[in-house]
Design a protein around this ligand. Sequence first.
Ligand code: UD2
Ligand code: MN
Length: 578
Amino acid sequence: MCLDMLRHKKKVLLLLLLMATGSIIYYLYTLKLERERDANVSSTTSRLEREISELQAVFESEVIPDLGALGRPARGNWTQEELEAMATSQRETGYNAWLSKRISPERTLYDMRHRSCKKLEYSLEKLPSVSVVITYHNEEASVLLRTLSSLRNRTPILLLREIILVDDGSSSVDEKLNDFIQIKFLNMVRQHRIATQVGLMQARVAGAQLALADVLVFLDSHVEVTKGWLEPLLDPILKNNRTCTTPIIDTIDYENFSYRRGKPSRGFFNWEFNYIQLPLLKEEAVAMPAPHKNPIMNGGLFAIGRQWFSELGGYDKGLKIWGGEQFELSLKLWLCGGQILEVPCSRIGHRYRDGKFQIHYTDKDKKKENKIIAKNYRRVAEVWLDEFKDKIFANMPHLTVLSVGNLAEQRELKKRLHCKPFKWFLDNLAKDFLNLYPIIDPAEYASGVLQSVSSPKLCLDRNESRHEHPKLSPCSSDHVFPRAEQHWILSNRRELRSGLYCLEVRNQGKDVRIFQCHGQSGNQFWSYDSKTRQVIAGQMSNFRQCLEAQPKTNSVTASVCDPKKSSQQWKFGYQNNQ
Ligand code: UD2
Ligand code: MN
């Protein structure tokens, strides 16, 4: 019995010894694993750190600390050489790209919200999270990085599910920049490249299709968001999921990158499809900074429920490259049961471009681009403006000679969603609009070249090089979409316009000159008689004179009208009564 107990004790002891040894071995093993992991982690961290600093050297080494901080104008004691570099970069891109590289992507911005906005409190758990969709075509690295940094630095992390960055067929892929974005913003940014440019509309739709969050926020690639920008944009969507919200768009100066306050407004378009801003209604101004109705969004910066965006079919697939999509989406939103609210407590800065700088998204071929934009406009007018489309066509007659493509899908959608007519939009959202932009009955209108009948190789040219003196120059081959200096529009105000300039008579009709359009009729009043082909100046019959070609001097004069004179006869590129 005693012997048995002794044997048993020995066994227990042995077992205990075995267990202890096992534990020690296990402990040592885990210690080793931990050490290895630590070594791995620190080698990964140092690798990451190394990579970051290498890439920082590529993209951020020129940054001058505090330059442009708080959104102040970025000024410095620049040398002559530096000033020239700035001017060159601005000529090439429409903004001071040279300076942009020197302003920190993490720069601070002054909080310019209305004081009552700063007091608003939101419960972040209740607000939906967002997928920010940014599309770009050939965007400058420093600009893109500042856009992303501002988002990371000024968005509550709980609400920012992801940033989807869509490269819409930029001419070259910057692998280094892509790596830098991945490392710098870790798993916040998802990059998607579309190999061949599809235009901002379809690129945004592609981004939206990748999105995971319930709310989409679309932004241009050259913006900076400011403190508290997101929460007030989400609140109205939470209350009504067919709401689209827009921030106040502040201005980032294209020359010195200063951050300037934008005004609250109600967006609209005039009868030439230019985006315009109407003043707030009285009651809206009083209720500031509460959200107010925004008939037409500016286009680039807005938040919308993912589901609602998809029910609306995203953007019309026939819209290409750039332009007009803001009208399409806004009209569709309002007419098909939704609403757009501008939210003054949310402010985002947008860097516009120098107005003199023309956008070039199609291989620098301006003419091709104008045609694409014109076609986009025509599609929007045909589908959404009903009988009011004629008001647009009266000002932009060239739209009517373009092939508009298939509209069946858009019309089907309009029916399916029981969308209201455009008249409802005018009556309910912009009664003041018609007072500001009255509908003038379209008179005869025409657009394109003015080709001399007596010298058919020559066309009227606004003569960019010799200010104010129009001339005759060899006609562009395309008579409806000629080059800009030969493109004349007989507007429904009866101006003979080329861009911002108008043809006018001076010295009791002796001289014909080019001057900025003054909109006062008078010496800028013209008509075109399609029977006699005369271009006639003056409103009163006793004051009428006709435009006459002087091919010997390649100039034009105004003379007593004589229908037999072929030098007074002109062919217009396109006339509405043809
Ligand atoms: C305004 C809008 C813009 C858009 C445009 C009309 C604002 C602040 N901006 O002009 O969002 O609605 O009106 O269409 O409201 N892009 C592409 N692919 C292209 C062309 C452009 O991804 O083929 C990108 C471009 O890089 C930019 C965005 O689309 O991020 C808008 O283009 P923009 O900045 O030239 O337009 P913007 O601000 O002059
Ligand atoms: Mn833009």
